[in-house]
Design a protein around this ligand. Structure first.
Ligand SMILES: [Zn+2]
Length: 123
């Protein structure tokens, strides 16, 4: 679909400069927002074709799969508080590796929000 022109670093394919094979024009780097996800893209300034960053798309698709799931977890007393078990799929997705302090707040009666990370602003 596209021609890899320059590889400045091997760590990230996004460092590569892509040329639209249809227009023979260098693409520009940009991003799109999907469900709050920032996905890096290469875009052809002429035909407007977009190429999504493969790693960002992988993360996005993983999130989509998680979002469709409905987990049933146990709420149980632990000392003076109550604890729930967060499914490991969510913990892995949120990249949690150790005990940490996270934020939670009551959204509406019967609904609780948990923030694993600082809220990312979608510009
Ligand atoms: Zn093009």
């Amino acid at each position: 679909m596209y021609i890899l022109l320059v590889y400045t670093k091997m760590e990230d394919v996004y460092d590569a400069t892509l040329v639209c094979n249809k227009c023979n024009v260098e693409t520009t780097k940009s991003y799109v927002i999907k469900d709050g996800f920032k996905i890096r893209i290469w875009a052809c300034p002429r035909c407007k074709k977009k190429w999504y960053h493969p790693k960002d798309m992988e993360d996005y698709n993983e999130f989509r799969k998680l979002k469709k799931r409905d987990f049933e977890v146990k709420l149980r007393p632990v000392g003076n508080s109550w604890a729930i078990s967060i499914p490991k799929e969510i913990i892995q997705f949120e990249n949690v590796h150790e005990t940490k302090v996270i934020r939670m707040c009551m959204d509406e009666p019967g609904k609780l929000n948990i923030y694993f990370r600082k809220i990312r602003k979608v510009y």
